[in-house]
Write a protein that binds this ligand. Structure first.
Ligand code: NDP
Ligand SMILES: O=C(O)C1=N[C@H](C(=O)O)C[C@H](O)C1
Length: 242
């Protein structure tokens, strides 16, 4: 498969390395700091020159990059976080153009199992009562957005099944209806997410800790291999049949 890489930072480089191992060709690299490595623009590419684009850049650039791919007729797998206030527009444009968009706040298969168990656990814990719940995420100091996209997906999953929590707050909850999301930035932590249920008598935790970026890169490549030929907006639930 010919892959257009948009963003050649930590994730772009991890994906390029794994793509080569899986027999894919890098059709081009688009990066903000255009260099010999990344001389291209998205508008240089069409379905004749790239089968799929993979986008991991920045919260401020993701929507424009996704839009540009859709307008070029390129199926696009997007992993950038912090741009979901534009997601409905992206969905509408995908539908208008009969394009293909894949989005996940986290491409790791393990995290998507964590999302699945998180929803199951929230429903059970709410049923039994007596527990408060909080989310904690820990990432490297270069991370721009806060809370992480994964923490937000986790919080949404909890609120769907734990109806006494009606909104989240990035910090300690100020009312019982708020779901606290605690964010920590330390060293080069790849990404850890923890859901904690506490009662007067015990504590129960669900935790995912990424050891490297390879799991994210593999999930993004699985999505890129799956997406071409499918019209619409998709996520890991469809890919993994969760
Ligand atoms: N969904 C998932 O599974 C995962 C999502 N992420 C998300 O992916 C994004 C990127 O993460 P990461 O690779 O660690 O970040 P990096 O900062 O390491 O890399 C981002 C790259 O994108 C470049 N860039 C910035 N703006 C643009 C633009 N407008 N067009 C093209 N390239 C641009 C940056 O250039 P420059 O260096 O000049 O700024 C940099 O090379 C983040 O939003 C992060 O949260 C990360 C890991 C997993
Ligand atoms: O920026 C990162 O590094 C990560 N971002 C994603 C997020 O915001 O959840 C996924 C992963 O946790 C790593």
């Amino acid at each position: 498969m010919k892959i257009l890489l948009i963003g050649y930072g930590k994730m772009g480089q991890a994906i390029a390395a794994l793509a080569a191992e899986r027999g894919h060709e890098i059709a081009g690299i688009v990066d903000r700091s255009a260099s010999q490595l990344a001389p291209a623009d998205i508008t240089d590419f069409t379905p004749a020159t790239a089968d799929v684009a993979i986008e991991f850049t920045h919260p401020d650039s993701a929507f424009a990059n996704v839009t540009a791919c859709l307008r070029q007729g390129l199926p696009v797998v997007c992993g950038s976080t912090g741009w979901l206030h534009h997601f409905e527009e992206a969905q509408t444009l995908t539908q208008e153009l009969q394009g293909s968009l894949f989005y996940a706040s986290n491409y790791s298969v393990g995290v998507n199992l964590f999302f699945h168990f998180n929803e199951y656990l929230a429903a059970k814990m709410h049923l039994f009562g007596g527990y408060d719940v909080a989310v904690r995420e820990i990432h490297h100091t270069q991370k721009i957005d806060q809370p992480s996209g994964t923490a937000l997906t986790t919080a949404e999953g909890i609120m769907r099944h734990f109806p006494t929590k009606t909104r989240w707050r990035n910090g300690p909850a100020e009312t019982a209806a708020e779901l606290a999301i605690f964010s920590e930035r330390t060293g080069d932590m790849v990404g850890t997410h923890v859901v904690t249920y506490s009662s007067a008598v015990d504590t129960l935790e669900l935790k995912h800790e990424a050891h490297s970026r390879e799991g994210f890169a593999l999930g993004a490549l699985l999505a890129a291999e799956w997406l071409p030929g499918r019209v619409g907006v998709f996520g890991m639930k469809e890919l993994l049949d969760l």
